[in-house]
Design a protein around this ligand. Sequence first.
Ligand code: ADP
Ligand code: ASP
Ligand code: MG
Length: 411
Amino acid sequence: MGIIVQKFGGTSVATTERIQNVRNRVMEEVQNGKQVVVVVSAMGKTTDHLVSLAKELSTNPSKREMDMLLTTGEQVTISLLSMALQEAGQPAVSLTGWQAGIQTEKVFSNARIIDIQTDRIQKLLESNQVVIVAGFQGVSEDGEITTLGRGGSDTTAVALAAALGAERCDIYTDVTGVFTSDPRFVKEARKLESISYDEMLELAHLGAGVLHPRAVEFAKNYQMPLEVRSSMEPERGTRLEEEVQLEKGLVVRGVAFEGDVTRITLFGLPKSQAKLSKVFSRLAENHINIDIIIQALTGESKSNLSFSIMDQDIEHTLSVLEQFKDEFEYDKVESETGLAKVSIVGSGMVSNPGVAAKMFEVLEAADATIKMVSTSEIKVSAVIEQEKMLSSARALHEAFDLQEKSASLVK
Ligand code: ADP
Ligand code: ASP
Ligand code: MG
């Protein structure tokens, strides 16, 4: 009997009525003869609410206690869904992350899954139970409860699907699939029938919050068939696949954006590779995520080094840079906040020169100042002023012809 993993996000389980809707979705698969594992998120905005409670009591709450707190959200949903299924005559059992055998590294708030012991789930499935697993959480080797980072329930679902050798993993959410851009802000965005793992991985890393990036990594590594679809509408969603045909002449498949970016610049850093690696090793040791890096030589022996980080890391980054000032030997440091990153993604870019040039023209016409740029074979990203983020994303969406305009492109 084939195993299916279904994942339902916060909006899809926000009320008891919605949990009953989820129950129906689960029972449909059972009636199709499948063994079903369900992964759920916390109800509605519960996680945000728990974060704000913590902030009322502490300016810098311990990450261990934050994980202890946030994992309670998912625990509410698993038990309620299990009760709803049992009420309808369907045997079901809820499991927390540790009960489900999800082992992670010991990194609070952003742990990676390192192993899943599936024996308990397998046994429960064999006894015809629906197994409901709390998303976003796991346990470290020494028994500490960890979380996988915001949006991490997607990763729980895909990792479980891979570990169980599931037929497929369905991610049910509040949109009907993956769109050419976030439909909440770009109203011309249209749903894609399919998207390649690599394109989705870029979009997810570049701010398209519809899937957690590590979920896409698992799906790609295990070639797990994955579909993103609506928990309310019956229509088919977007399939993730290895290779996707280019739509007629469209080199860009999606536009992503994210705000709250800061640029840090170290002026007068001695020009040496050893210095450069020292700076980034120290930042990495302190768990500071660096995104775009630009180095400009300013003479024989000096350089200016800029890199982008998320706003939330500014204070920590500046304190690390100050702490190692004598080791790094820079003259001064400056930070610029209020920035955002807009990106275009598409595997057709590899063979189409001029895409970056066109993007820069569009950004110029949208009156955005390009502060930093980064490219790969299938994406171009630019850091610009945050106040220009949405208008620039819309302008790029239109310029690269992604808007819904001909019925033949839409399914
Ligand atoms: P869930 O709680 O189900 O995990 P999320 O809020 O994490 O839902 O993800 C769904 C949201 O992702 C959508 O409501 C949408 O605003 C946003 N989103 C961002 N980029 C995209 C995109 N390219 N396609 C679809 N949705 C997107
Ligand atoms: N509840 C967690 C969050 O809001 C995890 C998730 O929904 O995937 O980030
Ligand atoms: Mg999500």
